[in-house]
Design a protein around this ligand. Sequence first.
Ligand SMILES: [Zn+2]
Length: 240
Amino acid sequence: MHQIEEFVDERQKSWCIHCARSLAGLGTNDDHVPSKSLLSKPRPHHLPIVTICKECNTSFSRDEQYVVTFLSCVVSGSSAPEQQSNASAARALTVSPRLRALIERSRTEYTTMGGETRILWKPDAERMNRVVVKNARGHAYFEWGEPMLNAPIEVWAIPLESMSFEQRSDFEGAGEGPGLAVWPEVGSRMMSRLVAGADLLDGWVIVQPGIYRYSVDTSGGLRVRTVLWEYLATEVLWES
Ligand SMILES: [Zn+2]
């Protein structure tokens, strides 16, 4: 992923993009977009960084640990630390028997009529959605140079393989079509990408191949889609 310089108005950087509070006088942290824990090592250089308030940062860290660990268990089909390919998930399962038990409880096995054993996992949807919205806010902010301070009107996360053919082609077709419904601000990353064609594949920005991609488009609002580990599809929509 190449770094694209952004020239967005500095004034927009004085609030926490998540809770909308002024950062003046608050403890702050630098946070990567997307969350570093969702990526694999070696992580790409030049991930965008946004300064957010410490309180938001702390609460996201807990949710992110859950989401990464949960996803890793789903993808590996097990909550055993030694089965995980994601290092931070393996560590979390080792040091926190409570987290492992929580994830283990969300797993059910069933046998198909053909005699096959299948596993179902039920995520904590609230925690999952908080992480999804957090990253979407970061992408919206960096691509459009605009903090989305209001609540989104739609948030979802489902495995790619659970989508119907129509859902999947609609989802993957992000950024295609006759052109952008709304033009991004000059100087925003989105404009720079459109001009330079950097990191874009069919409208998706590839942060790390096979691990994380996202798209931002404006059809019927500001829509941020991500695909995590080529497994989980997410979408967040804000009214325009
Ligand atoms: Zn905050």
